[in-house]
Structure formats: structure tokens, C-alpha cells
Design a protein around this ligand. Structure first.
Ligand code: F6R
Length: 610
């Protein structure tokens, strides 16, 4: 949520900052701004509403001030409407201090009131502006001293980058609960909230930890804590490949990422399937193999799609491992008083590895001393670094705001975890080998489903004007019903609800009439007959029905002609197949409704605020 970029070095800062912003745009895109400072302390600031290209257009020709140092920001509004005044960089009364901020200043209204009484003039509705005025208050000629003093007064989360006219040739950055890192180039430094923004310049990076400040000059960098005691930090080489962060031949990242799934499903299991032993090799878990044997209860946390992947995992882990598992929204978990046993473990699932609520759940679990595990896509992200052990997805950056390839990979990793833990416990060799055999077929089955894209597009054309949808499934496909509804809501803005089909009679069926569309997920599995009855009940009330069914299923044809087929596989693996047509359906509905699929309204890719 929001993206920060900063540059100091030997090159013109503005073009580098704009490039970085473009790579960060998926994190927030309601407005963007840039401040560039030259050697003599002249600062030029430009802010624009809307996409980065608006900012880029207005910068062309205006930013020729030869500034070798600057900061920039792409915003996802928290406090204050979307307008230029609320866009970052923010500044103080004298326009000496300029800063960009990710996160939320929780005590901003108290601070603002106090600062106003002291004579400070505020021009925006944001929480961030108080930080600029606080720094102004403490400024006595040295920027880092003022930043350190200001931060001691702040409650909340921040990733911060600050420059000052009165102390030029440096950027001061600080972090608490919001990601921030520095890339080390040759006589240049580049700062970002996300490694993907800087890897074109350098792969050598240093992550800031909470409570750390860095002072970055033209040719040196110093780290301190909030008490300004020097700390030493080591850089690391970031080896992830972000080259696939362009759309290629596809109209949108989301479509590209949907079509990438045969490849990403292969990548997530590559080198991890030990057929002979019917087992999964998960390097990240091997070091705690014995501890995992002892676990008697697992709590899975995540948000949005990651949470729904966890729900599918619950079915797998209970059925095949016999491990009592519960799944919870990370945002609820962090504020409950969960009861942990000695052998409870927490598993968090997160594509970005930066989701604030999920990160807070890890911190809470660590505080209580329980083992923390992660399924994370983004290498080196905060959650990946905080958890005791974990498994990476290896699906490359997911740029489309709606999760697709990361979601199917999360499901696949949960299957690997089921194999890993299952074979430690009750799962037979034969069962392990059977799961592996079916897992290996999934990419081919997904390719087959993707070949039905034109048919799914036609169905979307038929239904995209509908106002209301139910997505219904049972057992393993109950969470997928919720995922289908979530996908449709977030990019098509169509009202959709995901339900366990068995719940319909307990209230929701009252909604059914000829205008209410039901999307059933009814593969031939252990709950197939029940699912058919539930769909019949909807048909009897004139509800329109679309169905995802197993190839060759004749019975389903009697309920509806709008059928999308998926190949037959193990029941536990059906979610990885059934979700793909739902992704495509939501995508085409959004396209027909003329929405910006990759940047849906009000959303951002990485939710780094609560
Ligand atoms: C939905 C979607 C979100 C994310 C959620 C968690 O398509 O993308 O619901 O799944 O915000 O994000 P991560 O996985 O980054 O923690």
C-alpha cells in the first residue's frame, strides 16, 4: 500500500524515481508525487492525481534542475481524499523539509492539535503531514537528529524518506512496521519500499529493521537506532528475477498471470517431489523437521485470498495428516486472546509477505513463543524474514491486484505441506505417491482448462450485466466459492457472495429469483450428489445457474447448459483446477464492464496498513 522510492547519486534523480514509481504503481495508484533537490538546496515538487503517467507527463520539461537527489511516492489514500494537497511528498511550514511516508501515524490528531497550537500551519488532511511539522519543530541544522527526535513522538507504522533544503545532499530514512530497503549501486543509493522497484539498478540491498534510521549521503550510508547509536548492517544479494514484470502479449497482468499458471504450478513443486518416498522435500522446513513432528495443532492465518487458501489447507491437513487445524483472518487473530498449547504452530500465508495484519499475527505468535511458519511468495519480505521457517512459492512477482497464480501456488504448497507432515505421521507411501502423481498432472490440466477461455468469455458476455451472484461449493470447493465471489467483486464490482451450498436453505435461498445468478462448483467428488440437490433447489426457484463440473459429467447437463468442465483429479486437488475458470470469468466480466483490471478501484496490491 503506497510505494516509496528515493535516489541519491551521480545521475539525474527524476527519471530514476519515475521508473521506480512505475514499478511500484501496483501498490497504490490514486495519486503520485516527487521532490528533487539540487546541490544548493533548491527543491522542486510536483504532485498529480491519478496514474504515474500523469506525473510523468507534467514532469517532462519541468524537472530539469539537475537534482541528483530526490524522493517520490505513489499513494493509496488512508487519511484524506484523493487530491494534490493530500498526495506526497508533504512538507513543513517553511517548505524546508520534504518527506514521503507509508503506514499510518496513529496519534496524528493529538500531534496535529498540539502543533497547530504551537503555530504550525497544515494544508492537507493526511496523517503524514504531522511528521514534516514535527521534524521542523526539532530541526536545528541536522536532519537525522530532527528525524530521530520526531519519531520518538510518533505512534504507528512508518516507512519514511526525508530530505531538507537546510541539510541537503542526504536522504534520511526510517522504518517501523512498513517495509523499506536501500539498494547499493556504484556511488549511488536507491531507496524503496519494495525490491522490485530497484533491481534494474542493483541487486545488492540492505533491509531496514524496525526502529532503524539510515542517513544516506552521496557516497556513504550510516545506520543508527532511534537513540542514534551506530549499528552495523550487512548487505545481501537479491537473486529474484523480476524480468517477467511486463505484460508481454497480454492485455493485462491479470490475464498474463492466469495463463502463466501451468508454468508457476510447475515452478512451485520443482525439485520438491520425492516420488520414491511419496514425500515432499521442503528445504525451508528440514531444519525444524523434528519440531514439526511434535505439532498437535496448527493455526493458519492470512487475509483475503491467502486466508481462503488456508481454508482449503484445513481440509487437506485434517483429512490426510490428522492434524487439528483452524484458519483465521490475520486481522482477527491479532486482537484475540488465542489459547496456545506447547505444540501449537502458526502458519501464515502471504503473497507479498508484507500484509500488515499477517505480519502482526506473526509478531503476536512469536511474542507468545510459538513456532511460526510461512508460505510466502516475495523473497526477503518482512514475513519471510520474521517467521521461524517456511516455504517460498517461487511464482515470480504477481502484479495484477487480484491474486491468481499466487493463490493456486499457495494451494499447491499446502498440498506439499500435507505430504511433508502426512508422511511423518499417518499417510501411507501409496497415498503419498498417488498425490504426487496427480500433482504432476495439474499443469497439463490447467492448460486444458485455459483452452476453454473463449467459452468462458462468452459466458461472461452473457452474464456481465447481472447485479448479483452466488458462488456455491462444498467441502474443498467451499473456500473456492468464496474465492470466486471475491475475484468477481474486486475487479468487476458486481455483488457476489460465496457460500457453502448446504447453507442456502438456512436463509440465502430467499434471494433467488430469475435475476440472481448462481455459479456452482460441482466436480464429481464425495459431496457431488449433495451439490446437485442444492443446485436443483435453485433451479426450482427459477435461479439461473452456471456450473464447473468434471469432464464428461452428463447429469449436470440436466441442470444447466452453461457448464465449464475441469479434468478429473483427486478431490483434494480440485480447488487448484476449479478456481481457474472463476478467475477467467471475473476477468472477462471486468473487461466487458470496462474496468481497469490490474488496478481496480479502491484497492492496492500490498496492504501494509491495518
Ligand atoms: C485478492 C487479493 C487479496 C490478497 C490479500 C492478502 O485477489 O489479492 O485478497 O490475497 O490482500 O495479500 P497477501 O497474500 O500479499 O498477504
Amino acid at each position: 500500500m503506497c510505494g516509496i522510492i528515493g535516489y541519491i547519486g551521480k545521475n539525474n534523480a527524476a527519471p530514476i524515481l519515475i521508473e521506480g514509481l512505475k514499478r511500484l504503481e501496483y501498490r497504490g495508484y490514486d495519486s503520485a508525487g516527487i521532490s528533487v533537490i539540487d546541490k544548493n538546496g533548491n527543491v522542486k515538487t510536483i504532485k498529480k492525481i491519478g496514474k504515474i503517467e500523469n506525473l510523468e507527463k507534467s514532469i517532462n520539461g519541468q524537472m530539469v534542475i539537475g537534482g541528483l537527489c530526490g524522493i517520490a511516492h505513489t499513494r493509496w489514500a488512508t487519511h484524506g481524499i484523493v487530491n494534490e494537497l493530500n498526495a506526497h511528498p508533504h512538507f513543513d511550514c517553511q517548505k524546508n523539509i520534504f518527506l514521503v511516508h507509508n503506514g499510518i501515524i496513529e496519534n496524528y490528531s493529538d500531534l496535529k492539535e498540539k502543533l497547530i497550537k504551537e503555530g504550525h500551519k497544515f494544508i492537507s488532511q493526511t496523517d503524514t503531514e504531522v511528521v514534516a511539522h514535527l521534524i521542523e519543530k526539532f530541526f536545528e541544522g541536522n536532519l537525522e537528529n530532527a528525524v530521530a527526535k520526531a519519531l520518538k513522538n510518533i505512534k504507528g507504522a512508518y516507512g519514511l524518506a526525508v530530505i531538507s533544503k537546510k541539510d541537503p545532499n542526504k536522504i534520511v530514512i526510517a522504518k517501523k512496521s512498513s517495509p523499506l530497503l536501500v539498494g547499493l549501486g556504484e556511488n549511488e543509493f536507491i531507496i524503496a519500499s519494495d525490491a522490485s522497484a530497484i533491481l534494474a539498478y542493483t541487486k545488492q540491498i540492505i533491509h531496514l529493521n524496525d526502529g532503524e534510521i539510515a542517513v544516506i549521503g552521496n557516497d556513504k550510508i550510516n545506520f543508527t537506532n532511534l537513540d542514534q547509536e551506530i549499528i552495523s548492517k550487512k548487505s545481501e544479494i537479491f537473486n529474484e528475477d523480476f524480468n517477467n514484470a511486463d505484460k508481454g502479449k497480454y492485455q493485462h497482468f491479470m490475464l498474463k498471470e492466469i495463463f502463466e499458471q501451468p508454468k508457476t504450478l510447475r515452478n512451485s513443486v520443482i525439485g520438491r517431489l520425492i516420488k520414491k518416498e511419496g514425500w515432499a522435500k521442503l528445504g525451508g522446513l528440514e531444519i525444524i523437521e523434528n519440531k514439526l513432528r511434535e505439532i498437535d495443532r496448527l493455526i493458519i492465518v492470512g487475509c483475503g485470498s491467502a486466508y481462503l487458501a488456508g481454508l482449503v489447507g484445513e481440509y487437506m491437513l485434517e483429512e490426510y495428516v490428522g492434524l487439528p487445524t483452524e484458519v483465521e483472518f490475520a486481522s482477527e487473530f491479532r486482537y484475540r486472546k488465542p489459547i496456545f498449547g506447547e505444540n501449537t504452530a502458526l502458519l501464515c500465508i502471504s503473497q507479498s509477505g508484507e500484509t500488515a495484519d499477517t505480519l502482526a499475527a506473526v509478531e503476536e505468535a512469536k511474542r507468545k513463543g510459538i513456532l511460526t511458519l510461512g508460505i510466502v511468495n516475495s523473497v526477503g519480505s518482512s514475513i519471510a524474514r520474521k517467521t521461524d521457517a517456511g516455504v517460498y512459492n517461487h511464482v515470480g512477482p504477481e502484479i495484477g491486484v487480484a491474486s491468481t497464480k499466487a493463490f493456486t501456488s499457495q494451494l499447491e504448497i499446502l498440498v506439499l505441506l500435507t505430504l511433508f507432515l502426512g508422511r511423518q505421521r499417518q499417510m501411507s507411501l501409496v497415498m503419498g505417491q498417488r498425490i504426487i502423481k496427480e500433482l504432476e498432472r495439474l499443469p497439463i490440466w490447467v492448460e486444458k482448462i485455459l483452452r476453454q477461455a473463449p467459452k468462458i468469455k462468452k459466458l461472461a458476455k452473457k452474464y456481465y450485466k447481472s447485479k448479483d451472484f452466488f458462488f456455491l461449493g462444498r467441502k474443498y470447493n467451499y473456500p473456492i466459492a468464496m474465492e470466486g465471489a471475491l475475484k468477481l467483486k474486486e475487479i468487476s464490482y458486481i455483488h457476489a457472495e460465496g457460500y457453502g451450498a448446504g447453507e442456502m436453505k438456512h436463509g440465502p435461498i430467499a434471494m433467488i429469483d430469475k435475476n440472481f445468478i448462481t455459479f456452482g462448483i460441482a466436480p464429481i467428488d464425495s459431496v457431488y450428489e449433495k451439490m446437485l440437490s442444492n443446485l436443483e433447489e435453485i433451479k426450482a426457484r427459477n435461479g439461473k445457474i452456471l456450473v464447473i463440473a468434471t469432464e464428461g459429467d452428463k447429469k449436470i447437463q440436466k441442470i444447466t447448459k452453461d457448464v465449464i468442465s475441469i479434468p478429473k483429479t483427486l478431490e483434494m486437488l480440485t480447488p487448484i483446477l476449479s478456481v481457474v475458470p472463476l478467475q477467467l470469468f471475473a476477468y472477462y466480466c471486468a473487461v466487458f464492464n470496462k474496468h481497469d483490471v490490474d488496478k481496480p478501484r479502491n484497492l492496492a496490491k500490498s496492504v501494509t496498513v491495518e
